[in-house]
Design a binder for this molecule. Structure first.
Ligand code: ZN
Length: 457
């Protein structure tokens, strides 16, 4: 009987349970798991499986830190590598309306917030890999702003285009605490120089100089990194380049306008009557002006290319017309013989005269008579000299000098080369003189000698 009763009782219990379960199901209530991490509830999950899937996902998302831990931040990482092992969920059965289940995102967020060594932040991701995090979006913006400014200043106009050389995104996510940086630390990371080897396939327009500028290296460095690389490169050629630049390179493309001088052309007319080497400007040239519209690319602040988009002529350049001397320059080598410097008659000899030494000879003639160089040489003096009046001294570059005094007009300049027989002045009576005559003197190694030993009057 007892058995029967028991069966009845069990039967009733089964019915009650079934009714109860059906009621729970019908009412939307289910058995669920409340999840605890480190003693704190993080919400209600449909089942344990859901939580383990979330933990797997977190591990996957942070796998690169483990990889990184082996390379970059070994010391920093060592103390942080166990942060996933802290995730030991505890589950308690609850009956709950499914409407009140915690969403997967919320479970994940709550779970991560219970891990001491993870922190919610704004993470800088480069080419999809989180590099570091900062506390607020405002700080993140300021870091990028200041980094750009470092390389390109404030020169961003509306039509300029700014690019980074890595794909960059700022994501809200959890990162290990050692990945959190302050403003200065973050700026340092972004601007720290990196030397990376790239393989470049040459374009038609590439030059080694251009590639060196573009990659902030030198032609020598490029040649060093490549076996058998000559000065000339060809299209399609692959070369290694050790590129230097900040971790986050900044490239600015900017349109600018400026005026540019156009240098004038020169038209030369040969002139047989002008001494060789002399130039006589007949009509001076004038520079023109162009307005240039150009597109300039700056990489990390350095100009790496300039493309002229449009040229507008503001002023035409005016050609310069000039005569070019073709007359052979007199040979500088003095003949060693002296010709008569002028026509006329001898009026005074070399030597003692009226109680004083006469250093040359006097040749009388009409005012304006041509006076000629007695030999090839260079004009050493051509100006007024006390007593001598207008005076010329020729250095014959062979130890001899000749002097010509009392001229009324000088026709040569200091430094000018003259040939034997060239007219250098006109006879006159300037200085201490009593009538129109040429005072002619010859010096040998600085000592006056008698000209009549060389010339005939
Ligand atoms: Zn004299």
């Amino acid at each position: 009987m007892f058995f029967k009763k028991y069966l009845d009782y069990a039967f009733i219990m089964i019915i009650v349970t079934l009714v109860f379960s059906t009621l729970i199901n019908l009412s939307g209530y289910k058995f669920v798991n409340e999840v605890f991490i480190n003693g704190d509830s993080i919400g209600f999950a449909k089942n344990k499986e859901e939580i383990y899937l979330i933990i797997d996902e977190i591990k996957k998302e942070n796998a690169f830190f483990e990889k990184e831990g082996n390379k970059k931040n070994k010391d920093e990482y060592k103390n942080n590598q166990n942060f996933f092992e802290e995730i030991r969920p505890i589950f308690l059965n609850r009956i709950l309306n499914y409407k009140n289940l915690t969403s997967k995102d919320a479970l994940k967020f709550n779970l991560l917030s219970k891990i001491d060594k993870m922190i919610f932040c704004y993470s800088f991701c480069f080419n999809d890999i989180p590099e570091f995090g900062v506390s607020t979006l405002n700080v993140a913006d300021n870091i990028l702003k200041n980094h750009k400014k470092k390389f390109i200043g404030d020169e961003i106009s509306d039509d300029s285009v700014l690019e980074f050389d890595k794909k960059i995104s700022i994501e809200k996510r959890f990162l290990p605490t050692y990945k959190i940086k302050n403003f200065e630390e973050a700026l340092d990371i972004l601007s720290k120089n990196e030397c990376t080897q790239i393989t470049h396939t040459c374009n038609k327009n590439d030059t080694l100089e251009g590639l060196a500028i573009k990659n902030n290296t030198s032609v020598d460095e490029i040649i060093k990194s490549n076996k058998n690389l000559g000065k000339n490169i060809f299209e399609g050629q692959k070369i290694y380049i050790n590129k230097n630049g900040p971790f986050l390179g900044v490239r600015l493309t900017k349109k600018i306008e400026y005026t540019e001088e156009i240098p004038f052309n020169v038209k030369n007319i040969e002139d047989e009557k002008l001494k060789e080497g002399n130039v006589n400007i007949v009509s001076p040239g004038v520079n023109g002006k162009n307005k240039i519209y150009a597109k300039i690319v700056f990489q990390n602040g350095n100009e790496i290319s300039r493309e002229i988009l449009k040229k507008e002529n503001l002023k035409e350049a005016k050609e310069q017309i000039q005569k070019i001397g073709k007359e052979k320059t007199p040979t500088l080598i003095a003949s060693g013989n002296f010709s008569n410097p002028t026509g006329g008659r001898l009026t005074s000899r070399f030597g003692m005269r009226w109680g004083r030494q006469h250093m040359g000879i006097d040749i009388g003639g009409p005012i304006g008579t041509n006076v000629r160089a007695a030999d090839n040489g260079i004009i050493k003096f051509a100006s007024w000299r006390n007593g001598y009046g207008y005076y010329i001294l020729i250095d014959h570059q062979n130890g001899y000098e000749t002097g010509y005094g009392h001229n009324c007009q000088i026709l040569v300049k200091v430094g000018q080369k003259v040939s034997k027989g060239d007219v250098i002045s006109k006879m006159g009576s300037t200085g201490r003189s009593t009538g129109s005559h040429l005072h002619f003197e010859i010096k040998k190694n600085g000592v006056f000698i008698d000209p009549l030993k060389y010339v005939n009057y």
